[in-house]
Design a protein around this ligand. Structure first.
Ligand code: GTP
Ligand code: MG
Length: 455
């Protein structure tokens, strides 16, 4: 995985017919290989960051008219020599040119191998390399912004600074080990405690940011559930502003789940309309109800809808109690407000998580959207906040936190310097895993194999 003495080649643009395709070469021989088949200027004599027009030829056979962009290492994405060929995007031309480069000594790049090289050559740290993949996968303004911030190093810079402070203490404590007989303390325990507290606070904040970071990156599963005929499908349609789900006065209309994405202020909510919950009258409906319950337990947000004109207080309370699941935020939506008189309206529960709407007449739908958004975002999205979006980072942060808690316990319990030093090193190890100061081949393989080829 980590052999980078050879020159790699891959198509960097999507497969398929198009105006232009870009084929990328990276490695020590990139320029030589490109030059050997390029009819035009002598590429080996051209300056970095220049573009040249000419053609690619296999012997006498011209394959295409192309533009060649030159990046002389280390001033390139991978820090190696990089050549990008912009050719016409025909599958035949692309394949012929790539085959020709392979004949001339390049080999096919593995998924993510360009970015892997950028990481190994110090162009990006690991969390930045991962941000490249996130950026490519981003599908909303918020997910693009978070990935871009991580790519620019916001995340790593913060961690790197923390890590350096810890390294200082680790070395002071190591020094104590050298003077073990003399019972000296170079590392001031109070200062160490203060630093660890400070780091734990930041690490804790990063861990907490994952809920939102994950919501931004992957969307929020939002289930709409309630009794049959409560108006769930009408509400789905109102939220989406289109007639997506079938609505009828017959209870049990929705039998299977229906999923649609709703973007609210940059965050994707995966809305799931479900079969109404009741004692099922047939086997298919029974399956629908079971699926509803399953979807609720897998969701982050439950929008419980009830028919305010029909339900009794007892039914309402029992529904709320039975649907409340740990880890699932519940919003309570009183629907069909248009059928209520002012007296009935004021009899409805008026708390923060209850929203009174009319799905059919599209009343208070924006208010509900706002509640949905703020229940996922809380007050965390300030713009410059560092958000953790990656489960690998989350796990490393959690392990860092555990190690730091042990360090603190160790200082208070006056354990010996060698044990303290071990726990600090553990903390350093896990922090290092995030930015890639500490890596294993398995870890790299795991991360970069998820990239597309050509990136
Ligand atoms: N007056 C009034 N009627 C509504 C409102 N919302 C929904 N309805 C009506 O209630 C009936 C049921 O609506 P649906 O949206 O199909 O209800 P549902 O909860 O999806 O029902 P099932 O899929 O059967 O579980 C339809 O006749 C809707 O027109 C509302 O806000 N006001
Ligand atoms: Mg329905």
């Amino acid at each position: 995985m980590t052999d980078n003495t050879d020159t790699i080649v891959a198509l960097a643009t999507p497969n398929g017919v198009g105006a232009i395709a870009v084929i990328r070469l990276s490695g020590p021989d990139a320029i030589t290989i490109a030059n050997s088949v390029f009819k035009g200027k002598d590429l080996s004599k051209q300056a970095s960051h220049t573009i040249h027009s000419g053609s690619i030829a296999d012997g006498d056979l011209i394959l295409d008219e192309v533009l060649v962009s030159l990046f002389v290492g280390p001033r390139s994405y991978t820090r190696e020599n990089v050549v990008e060929i912009s050719c016409h995007a025909s599958g035949y031309i692309i394949e012929s040119i790539i085959k020709l480069f392979i004949k001339k000594g390049a080999r096919s790049a593995k998924p993510g191998e360009f970015t892997l090289r950028a990481f190994l050559n110090g162009q990006l740290d690991l969390s930045q390399a991962e941000a490249v993949a996130d950026l490519i996968a981003s599908n909303s303004k918020a997910s693009q912004q978070v990935a871009l911030q991580q790519l620019r190093g916001g995340f790593s810079t913060q961690l790197q600074a923390l890590r350096e402070q810890l390294v200082n203490f680790a070395s002071l404590i190591e020094l104590e080990l050298d003077f073990a007989e003399e019972d000296v303390e170079f590392a001031n325990r109070d200062q160490l405690k203060k630093l660890i507290h400070e780091i734990t606070k930041i690490v804790g904040r990063l861990i907490q940011s994952f809920e939102l970071g994950n919501a931004i990156k992957n969307g929020v599963n939002t289930v709409i559930a309630g009794r049959p005929n409560a108006g769930k499908s009408t509400l789905l349609n109102a939220l989406l502003n289109e007639e997506r789900a079938i609505v009828s006065h017959i209870p049990g209309t929705t039998r299977d789940t229906i999923e649609e994405v709703l973007n609210i202020q940059g965050i994707n909510f995966r809305l799931i309309d479900t079969a109404g919950i009741r004692e099922a009258t047939d086997a298919i409906e029974q399956i629908g109800v079971e699926r509803t319950m399953e979807k609720i337990s897998q969701s982050a947000l439950l929008v419980y809808v009830f028919d305010a004109a029909e339900i009794t207080v007892e039914e309402l309370n029992s529904d709320i109690e039975s649907l409340q699941k740990p880890g699932v935020t519940m919003l309570i939506v009183a629907n069909k407000a248009d059928l209520l008189n002012p007296e009935q309206l004021s009899a409805l529960p008026h708390t923060d998580r209850v929203i009174i709407i009319s799905a059919k007449e599209k009343r208070h739908i924006d208010e509900l959207k706002h509640k949905i958004y703020s229940s996922a975002v809380k007050d965390q999205l300030s713009g410059d906040e560092t958000l953790v979006t990656n489960i690998r980072h989350l796990e490393a942060l959690q392990k860092t936190e555990e190690a730091l808690v042990r360090v603190l316990g160790g200082i208070d319990g006056s354990i010996t310097s060698d044990f303290l030093s071990m726990d600090i090193k553990q903390g350093l190890h896990y922090l290092g895993e995030i930015t890639g100061v500490v890596t294993t081949d398995d870890l790299l393989e795991n991360i970069f194999s998820k990239f597309c080829i050509g990136k």
